[in-house]
Design a protein around this ligand. Structure first.
Ligand SMILES: [Zn+2]
Ligand SMILES: [Zn+2]
Length: 442
């Protein structure tokens, strides 16, 4: 049985040995970006790389996800290392797909390479017999909350149940055999820090709303119409009237847009559509704000006698952190970079579906430096692959060793001291209860 430090040295050596291979994997994915639930080629590539490593795996989970697993010498907890398959749509990005506009403008391509790098290190170095438990490698679809219409269509067709990949993985039971999850996201905003903790992130609920009125001649007989645009404007004003009730600590964000304002300028608008996100720091605050937003939509319909159809689609749950898991991870971070190079970005008002995972098990989602440009912008690129890929891969691989060596004593400790707020069943129930379609006649 090898000592823990020897095991760590082995996995780090393997990650270094494969540096060129993993960087070219990241670049290959950069050059063929695919958006959420359409990551066919990226998933194929992951599957091929898993096969090369001899990792048994399954494909097409949650439409495009890939899940591989390997077992240690003894039984014990399962630790998952994740990477996200999907790209954004940023047509003017230098590596954008000319046809679809898809582009990797927040570094998910590197996440996949990072996950592969950890997998290779764990599988090819002979460390597995010294570990107790299993290591699971997941390439997960659709983190970005884009192409709502497409995803809503998939949901309507019964091909999907939720709108993001991790939620779908949880629902399908694909996280049931996992106890701890790790994922590292690249960042261009860490200044002089190289790794940063994310303490928490807002959860998000997505809304598709349609006001239905009655058309009539806008000049001649407006009194015979029902103005859906007026209803929508009253609804937006009513949403704004809720803002003073949102408490700072809850970091509520409601940001609606009108996607259709009417059909013809000389007719009373009878079909007006709005999309909105509702975000908040805790599930409770999010639900409270969502209720107020629904009330505001009804108010618009009520004021003019229009009908409103409010479709609510669960997005991502708030991210919470697990100090025990973080401290294990941090111990490995400081073996590569100095304490001063570790930052903490605190609470983030954006959202990610790693939040969903964190609701049901200990999970961490640190940020690593090495990228430049604006997140989700046309200039977002990976500049330093050591910082954005190689180092974070080593940190996660060493954390796997920490957690599962010595009969997984550390993983068991982390699990004992961590209290996820929900069980999987509670999670599914709460997401399902959010998924609503309400028709209100004002
Ligand atoms: Zn992103
Ligand atoms: Zn991202």
């Amino acid at each position: 049985m090898l000592r823990k430090e020897e095991l760590k040295a082995k996995v780090c050596q393997e990650i270094d040995n494969r540096k060129e291979e993993t960087i070219s994997l990241a670049k290959a994915i950069l050059e063929s970006p695919e958006t959420g639930f359409r990551e066919i080629n990226t998933a194929k590539l992951v599957s091929r790389k898993f096969a090369e490593l001899g990792i048994s795996h399954r494909r097409d989970i949650g439409l495009t996800g890939v899940k591989g697993s390997v077992s240690g010498g003894n039984s014990g907890p399962s630790v998952c290392v994740m990477g996200e398959l999907d790209s954004l749509i940023v047509p003017d990005h230098p590596y954008a797909d000319k046809t679809t506009g898809a582009a990797h403008a927040c570094g998910h391509n590197v996440q996949i390479a990072m996950m592969y790098s950890v997998a290779a290190a764990i599988v090819k170095t002979g460390v597995l017999p010294s570990l107790a438990g299993r290591v699971i490698f997941i390439a997960v679809p659709a983190e970005e909350g884009i192409e709502i219409e497409y995803r809503y269509g998939l949901i309507k067709q019964g091909k999907l149940h939720y709108s993001t990949g991790k939620a779908e993985f949880i629902r399908l039971g694909e996280m049931d055999d996992i106890d701890i999850t790790m994922m590292t996201h690249t960042s261009s905003e860490l200044e002089n820090k190289k790794i940063a903790a994310v303490e928490s992130m807002n959860g998000v609920i997505r809304k598709k709303v349609q006001f239905i009125g009655k058309s009539a001649h806008a000049g001649g007989q407006p009194h015979k119409g029902i103005n859906a645009l007026n209803a929508a404007m009253i609804a937006l004003a009513s949403i704004n009237a809720q803002r003073e009730t949102f408490q700072d600590a809850d970091t509520i964000r409601v940001h609606p847009i009108i996607t259709k304002g009417g059909d013809a300028v000389n007719a009373v608008p009878a079909d007006v559509r709005i999309e909105s996100y509702v975000r908040g720091k805790t599930a409770q605050a999010l639900l409270d704000a969502n209720g107020k937003v629904n009330r505001a939509f009804r108010a618009g319909a009520m004021a003019v006698g229009a009908k409103v159809n409010i479709i609510t689609i669960p997005g991502s749950m708030p991210l919470i952190t697990y100090p025990e898991l973080w401290s294990t991870y941090k111990g490995n971070v400081t073996s590569i970079i100095s304490e001063e190079e570790i930052g903490n970005v605190g609470h983030r008002t954006g959202s990610s579906d790693i939040g969903d995972v964190s609701q049901i098990m200990p999970a961490i989602h640190p940020l690593c430096a090495g990228a430049t440009g604006t997140p989700h912008g046309s200039d977002y690129l990976i500049k330093d692959y050591d910082m954005a890929l190689i180092n974070p891969a080593k940190m996660m691989a060493m954390t796997v060793i920490d957690l599962l060596s010595d009969n997984a004593i550390r993983a068991k400790e982390v699990l004992l001291k961590s209290k996820p707020p929900m069980t999987k069943e509670q999670y599914v129930k709460s997401l399902d209860s959010l998924f609503t379609e309400e028709e209100y006649q004002g």
